[in-house]
Design a protein around this ligand. Structure first.
Ligand SMILES: Nc1ncnc2c1ncn2[C@@H]1O[C@H](COP(=O)(O)OP(=O)(O)O)[C@@H](O)[C@H]1O
Ligand SMILES: [Mg+2]
Length: 320
């Protein structure tokens, strides 16, 4: 697709904008980078934007300055999980991206997968692990290896591959430390893709090749082994089919505005949904900006169009 023009033309129409960044989730450091990049892009375009880190006293900052809208650049719990969206909604301050429901469901990988299954969308086979009593069912239902995940974290934090019963026990202990439900998923050998979604349109898919191992925290943010391929190399009709599935999954969890859907493909060519991210990374090296660039949308335009999602749906509804 080609880059689409913005609907709002005058930066003054956005009013005073708070960029929420940082917070106290496990993804604080990435959020500070995303938020800073977003803030600079807004300011470059003449938007009256200010950084607000909730750890410095959200209420104090919001009562000192009256903000017209919020660009949410918080990743993880407390920013991406619906709680901030609920607070802002009650305060009557419009914000970017998904509302309470879409944020909360997307943050919970277990509930998201149950919803995917209910909708008839494929996702890797899985089991909820609530205690060591559940371990015995893992080889029977999923076989080894499996991926063990805390249901409520992002950025691959707390994920571990388990190849046998002892490593399953260790992976479970590590994931359970995050104080949320834990799931085991059947291992998928890939390839892996992600679909960026902007104003309810799917941008060109990106193929992620993390080389050895999987797309873990190090591969995401530090490794130079990780390759991103965009355009992704799929036949156009296959890319369109996967893109449509991702948009349907995004809508099924109640997500709106912008985000990213991660999936892998099995040997039969079937796309298996991993998760929906409602506030994906927005550093200059992140995946949504990469997909936007492929669609002819610059980082600044992307940040602007995401800010437009804080306006009513009608404001950015397009005829095409
Ligand atoms: N079932 C699986 N089999 C193999 N690799 C997986 C599986 N699930 C996740 N991964 C790898 O782990 C990464 C992170 O998983 P994901 O579910 O997207 O969680 P998050 O990005 O929130 O940490 C994926 O990008 C992928 O590389
Ligand atoms: Mg992911």
């Amino acid at each position: 697709m080609s880059g689409s023009a913005s609907v709002i033309k005058d930066p003054a129409d956005f009013g005073r904008v708070a960029v929420l960044l940082g917070g106290n989730s496990a993804e604080r450091e990435i959020s500070l980078l995303s938020g800073q990049a977003v803030l600079e892009a807004l300011q470059r375009q003449g938007v009256d934007a200010y950084p607000v880190d909730p750890v410095d006293g959200l209420f104090e900052q919001f009562s000192a300055v009256s903000f017209d809208r919020v660009w949410i650049a918080l990743h993880g719990r407390g920013g991406e999980d619906g709680s901030m969206q609920g607070l802002l909604g009650l305060m009557g301050v419009p914000f970017t991206g998904s509302g309470v429901l879409g944020s909360a469901v997307s943050m919970d990988k277990l509930r998201s997968k149950q919803l995917f299954v209910g909708c008839g969308f494929a996702t890797p086979e899985f089991l909820e692990l609530t205690s060591p009593d559940d371990f015995a069912a893992v080889p029977a239902k999923l076989g080894f290896p499996v991926m063990v995940k805390p249901a409520d974290e992002g950025s691959s934090i707390g994920l571990a591959r388990a190849d046998d019963a002892p490593s399953l026990a260790a992976a479970y202990q590590a994931a359970a430390a995050f104080d949320c439900p834990v799931l085991a998923e059947g291992w998928v050998s890939g390839p892996e893709y992600t679909a960026a979604i902007l104003q309810d349109r799917v941008l060109p898919l990106i193929r992620i090749d993390a080389g050895e191992g999987f797309y873990d925290y190090d591969a995401k943010y530090f490794s130079d082994q990780t390759r991103y391929i965009c355009p992704c190399g799929l036949a156009p009709e296959v890319e369109a089919e996967y893109a449509a599935l991702c948009l349907n999954a995004f809508r099924a969890v109640g997500a709106t505005g912008w985000g990213r859907v991660d999936f892998m493909v099995d040997e039969a060519g079937q796309a298996l949904l991993l998760e929906v991210n409602t506030v994906p990374g927005m550093t200059s090296h992140s995946l949504v900006p990469m997909a936007a660039a492929q669609a002819g949308i610059s980082f600044d335009e992307l940040v602007w169009q995401i800010l437009e999602t804080s306006c009513t749906e009608a404001a950015y509804a397009r005829s095409s």
